[in-house]
Design a protein around this ligand. Structure first.
Ligand code: GLN
Length: 381
């Protein structure tokens, strides 16, 4: 048995969702919307199920989806991607992250991880034989600094992984911070895996800054996106990787032996969705911003202290500032069992010495669910 997995706990998202199911709690833990997704996207997928081939699609993905991804990023982020040579469809962004890491990291290579780090990154890096080097962000601003980056980058750095907007802190990296990171990736001749699954979930008019557009980064970035995140269809597991042709050839080789392909009808549905006009994305952001404000205001009125959420559909509650003496894990356990609300402890995103005073709540829920969660949390103080 591989000791890495034998010693590993089950991912916090499955653990908390399992507890929520078992206890009948409101699940604000694992990040997923409670909506059914846009009807026309679901229709497009269901029509494709009956009218198009259900046999293996091309390994790199259906051309219609790869074209839609390239067109989408041309329109929304000013990128000029060749759909045929620079886009690979994967079974969700998690598979894209795995494929990119397995393709780029060889044993002994150093990989720069920014903590708090999404929980899949470290196990995958270790499985690839990579040596993690951590850049620690400090609350409440969670900013990158030149000193922390310089301490992590070395001549052995092969890959750095960026998640922007950042799950779980709900922050976005400033242009100046991204420039610091890009400069080091270029200087060390490394590759950046840019997990940008939250690229459309940004608030208050702030633009998403895509890593590929940073100086020197066009051909040394693997940009990862998620149809599930963009269209509130997280169970579909349709994601993609965009990278220069040479990089794409290598990451596609890893993808071919992980999942090989992704259900074709779901690819067709997401391809349809990516063509939606700007109004869809503006409305989605406005709706989520309203939910964010509802949960924030409700919790603040009940005496909870929250941190600003500018991207992702998560809200951070500061336990220490709210007068809670428990650490995040103990608090989440109590909250789900006694108050009936599932949340995610921030410490799940650290390899050691975690920040233990913050918990993450998902606000992509209807008003009634949010109000009920607020009421339960008001009583949990
Ligand atoms: N990305 C989701 C979250 O942060 C979890 C996805 C998963 O559980 N694989 O909640």
């Amino acid at each position: 048995m591989n000791p890495l997995y034998a010693a590993m706990p089950t991912t916090i998202f499955e653990t908390m969702s399992g507890l929520a199911r078992e206890l009948g709690a409101i699940n604000l833990g694992q990040g997923f919307p409670d909506s059914t997704g846009p009807g026309d996207v679901v229709d497009a997928a269901s029509r494709a199920l009956f009218t198009q081939s259900n046999q293996y699609p091309p390994m790199a993905g259906l051309p219609v989806l790869r074209q839609a991804v390239a067109d989408h990023y041309a329109r929304h982020q000013g990128l000029d991607l060749s759909w045929a040579d620079e886009v690979t469809v994967t079974s969700g962004a998690t598979e894209a992250i795995a494929a990119a890491i397995f393709a780029l990291v060889t044993p002994g290579d150093e990989v720069v991880l920014i903590e708090p780090a999404y929980d899949a990154y470290l196990p995958l890096v270790l499985r690839a034989g990579g040596v993690p080097r951590f850049v620690r962000l400090a609350p409440p601003d969670w900013r990158l600094t030149a000193e922390a980056l310089d301490a992590a980058f070395s001549p052995k750095t092969r890959v750095a992984i960026l998640n922007n907007p950042l799950n779980p802190t709900a922050t976005m990296f400033a242009a100046a911070d991204l420039a610091l990171l890009a400069e080091r990736v270029v200087r060390h001749d490394a590759v950046l895996i840019a997990d940008e699954v939250w690229e459309h979930v940004v608030f208050d008019g702030r633009p998403h800054l895509t890593a590929m557009a940073l100086p020197g980064m066009r051909d040394r970035t693997v940009k990862i996106g998620s149809g599930g995140k963009i269209f509130a269809l997280t169970g579909w597991k349709v994601g993609w990787m965009c990278a220069a042709p040479g990089l794409t050839r290598v990451v596609a080789k890893a993808h071919q032996f992980l999942t090989f392909t992704t259900p074709p009808n779901l690819q067709a549905g997401i391809a349809h969705g990516l063509g939606k006009d700007e109004r869809y994305f503006t409305t989605m952001r406005a709706d989520l911003a309203r939910s964010r404000d509802r949960l924030t205001q409700g919790l603040e009125a009940a005496g909870w202290r929250t941190q600003p959420s500018v991207g992702t559909y998560f809200l951070s509650v500061d336990l220490a500032a709210s007068g809670i003496a428990l650490d995040d894990t103990a608090f989440c356990d109590r909250l789900v069992r006694e108050a009936g609300v599932a949340a995610i402890p921030l410490s799940a995103f650290y390899h050691a010495d975690p920040v233990v005073s913050v918990v993450r709540l998902c606000f992509a829920k209807n008003d009634e669910t949010l109000d009920q969660a607020i009421e339960r949390m008001a009583r949990a103080r």
